[in-house]
Design a protein. Sequence first.
Lengths: 98, 351
Amino acid sequence: MSTPIPCTIELPGMITVLLGIRSVEVTASTLAGALQAAYEKEPALRQLLMDESGSFREHVLCYHRTAQGAASTRWMATLNVPLTLGDSILIMQAVSGG
Amino acid sequence: MSSNDTRFDRQIRFAPLGEVGQARLQSSRVLLVGTGALGGVIAQNLVRSGVGELILCDRDIVELSNLPRQVLFEDRHAAEKCPKVSAALETLSRIGGPTKLRAEACHVDAENLPELAAGVDLVLDGTDNLATRYLINDWSVSEGIPWVYGGVVGSGGLVMPVLPGQSACLRCIFPDPPPAGSLPTCDSAGVLAPAVGVIASMQAGAALRILCSEPNGTEPSARSLAAMEPKLLQIDVWTGSMLAVDASRRPGCPTCDLREFDFLHAPGGRDPVILCGRNTVQISGSGIRPDLVAIAARSVAFADEVINLGVLLRISVEEVVLTLFPDGRALVEGTDQVDRARALYDRYLGA
């Protein structure tokens, strides 16, 4: 198991309004661990992002941002992806208004 | 110098556009779906830039609460309950220029979209619901015609150009529409005019670039041959943040890879039904079960009355009663106008 490192989870505007925070700072060694730590820190976040089966809701996007770019978790086989120093997690959601 | 050259001199001087790009703009035809907040800003930009033909579609009427952010409308349009496309046509006509305008007061659906979009070079998204966006996405990919997604709520939103065959389509990013009521809308969560302006301007900027470019996305000017690389862009005017992520195509995408156009070929059974003698319209949902408890909690902020009976949810708002069932179906009581019922459904039950 790799060493836990600090990671920022950046939240989109509407979740910022609902929770009153723009990001969550966690320490974890994997993507899954970082999200779990964020849910423990901000319990309301889990319901906003996840459905009853534990999957991301249809309108939610979660990107693992690294020095190489951003990868959507939607196309990852597992969230047990190691984090490296400087990585962050970006949450986005579909927007229907216009 | 002709009056046309004089009119567009400053944008022709912008080297990546140039005279070739301007000529392409003026020979282009564009469909704009929705002429409200995003659509109003987009329409102004395209008419002032001199696109050849702009087809405007909207199903709604102008209301007082539209005026802070819907730039084509005035007090009198709201007082007269003017159809949005008529008011938009009036305002845009006053700008002048070479653009030929056509206005269609209708709800865009799978039946009329192919006719409305026939011969267009680009479709622009000024809609207020995801169902129409998935439909536009299907049509766009099936015909190989680009479109530009834009959505706004609160203080920010998303923008993403879709270049069929070259970049992600909507279903590459969001494979399926969320259940009704799962997303905040401008009517439930509010919206700021600057957010509308920024998102719509980004859409209009992408539109100009697509319209004046070579089919492969290369700019007409020899000074810059960089092809367009579409991104999914998230912008927030309150926090001042702008984030872009790659919008690459997804292998296995049902629309752009497997070419299954579910929304374009949806059975007519999902069409709204006027319930005779009841002043009520029934709207079919997406088939995905909505979270009635969550919608009830959120509706308290804007509704006159919210009653959650467990098996159905009743929301009184704007002199109608929306009754939402667990299968996503809704009754809109208090109107026999299908377009108004659809607009209210999208506005308050979202997605």
